[in-house]
Design a protein around this ligand. Structure first.
Ligand code: G6P
Ligand code: MN
Length: 445
């Protein structure tokens, strides 16, 4: 089986390859093709993979190319993990927003819109290319903002594109752990959009254990989301929000912390990763050791500002590894081998959330089998959550419309309608600021 990874020179590719190395079953991936626009990054990552594979007899063969059609031809699965504009682009997304006093996070608020505006046209090109060159391939989208990008690609690939994120899995795992339940046996009632969802229940043997957690302040305060949101707020909500909702519920504090930080997340990662890729240019560098050191530092500093604002302290050791590669592998196995499983994925709504139309990509538990991912029926969201989901989906739709038409005023509308952008004037200046720094937005006229 052939797996093609777009953004194959990306830093997290060794996580995926590491997961593949642990799969020895029949029908496993035997050939990995890395595609990237940058040959230097491809050779750096290829070196890490070669060291990972040392001593593993059935390690998947790896090849690398900068030719997209060549990479896609014959692919059974395509992982799309690209970053249009690189980490310099991410740092600029943050900076332009912060200069206007609004949040520039890569997936939430103004930063997510800017990143979406330059990623959607590229993702749609890829989707068209897959539809032509590898029409039977399944596409697993990791590219952020993952919900929006998956929806853009679904316009060309229908349900053959599935978006993934590790944050709902991590959240479910933490809640199960704190309740003393086995995460593998728990049914997690979660729904929303990517980075905008809520756990409303966690059932073990048919019994909902979440009320027990919500009723116990000590237990609630003992894990990541309790520390991040505060026990009172979780009790008021009667649900546990995805950690990215911190940027909504504590927006003012998040913007302040981001503005005061020595470096934004994007700037930190840009410099950290530049160091890694530079080191890989030295022929004697220990590739896997250098990669692992860089990875550990990245994971330890994840959402550091948010945790600092909330006084949440260091991350728990158990929470360090997100595990998105595990979600990807589980999804691929379920489809390729028809091994039925349930995963929280980004798929088209169909009729799941009645407040959204059928084409809207949402994040929801899905039954997965050889026929793809099928969203399960869930209870409706409470009004406050529906309200947020509907406004953010409306913003995503404006981003898609702006990408299609190239209309600058539609881009302004996308920013202006976002609940975390508080003035149409700010939205206008954001479009000016972003188009000035991002060559990828030159299409907006
Ligand atoms: C979480 C999110 C991902 C994000 C990742 C890395 O796992 O769900 O969407 O890409 O964190 O975040 P970082 O700030 O390290 O790039
Ligand atoms: Mn994510």
């Amino acid at each position: 089986m052939k797996l093609t990874i777009l953004g194959g020179g990306g830093f997290r590719v060794p996580l995926v390859y590491g997961a593949l190395l642990g799969d020895h079953a029949e029908g496993r991936v035997t050939h990995v093709v890395l595609h990237d626009l940058d040959a230097g990054r491809l050779s750096a990552v290829t070196r890490v993979l070669a060291e990972q594979a040392a001593g593993v007899p059935d390690a998947p063969e790896v090849s690398a190319t900068t030719d997209l059609d060549e990479a896609l031809t014959g692919a059974d699965f395509v992982f799309s993990a690209i970053r249009v504009g690189g980490l310099e682009g991410r740092a600029n997304d943050e900076k332009v927003a912060l200069d206007e006093g609004v949040l520039g996070q890569e997936t939430v608020g103004a930063g997510g819109i800017a990143y979406g505006l330059r990623t959607v046209p590229v993702a749609e090109d890829i989707a068209r290319r897959v539809a032509r060159v590898a029409p039977d391939a399944w596409v697993i989208n990791f590219t952020n903002p993952a919900g929006l990008v998956t929806e853009a690609m679904s316009r060309h690939l229908g349900d053959r594109v599935i978006g993934i994120c590790d944050s709902p899995v991590g959240l479910g795992r933490r809640i199960a752990r704190v309740l003393g339940a086995n995460p593998g046996e728990a049914w997690i009632d979660y729904v929303g959009l990517n980075h905008l969802g809520w756990v409303r229940g966690l059932r073990v043997n048919g019994r909902d254990e979440l009320p027990r957690l919500l009723a116990d302040p000590d237990l609630l305060g003992s894990f990541e989301e309790g520390k991040l949101f505060g026990t009172d707020w979780l009790q008021s909500l009667g649900a546990i929000p995805n950690e990215y909702l911190h940027y909504y519920y504590f927006n003012r504090e998040a913007v302040r912390a981001y503005s005061q930080a020595e470096k934004t997340r994007g700037a930190f990662l840009r410099d950290q990763q530049a160091g890694f890729y530079d080191e890989m240019k030295r022929p004697d560098a220990a590739a896997l050791t250098a990669w692992d050191r860089t990875r550990a530092e990245r994971e330890a500093t994840y959402m550091a500002e948010a945790r600092e604002t909330a006084g949440a302290g260091e991350r728990d050791a158990d929470d360090l590894s997100g595990g998105y590669e595990k979600v990807a592998l589980a999804l691929m196995r379920a489809i390729a081998r028809d091994e039925r499983t349930t995963l929280i994925l980004n798929v088209r709504n169909r009729g799941t959330l009645s407040v959204l139309d059928t084409e809207a990509v949402i994040e929801v538990p899905c039954l997965v089998d050889a026929g793809g991912a099928h969203p399960v029926t869930v209870d409706p969201l409470p009004d406050h959550a529906s309200g947020l989901v509907c406004s953010v989906k409306a913003v995503e739709r404006e981003v898609l419309a702006a990408a299609e038409s190239g209309s600058r005023s539609t881009a302004v509308k996308a920013f202006a309608l976002h609940p975390l952008v508080d003035s149409v004037n700010v939205a206008r200046r954001l479009v000016d600021g972003y188009t000035a720094v991002h060559p990828g937005l030159a299409y907006l006229k």
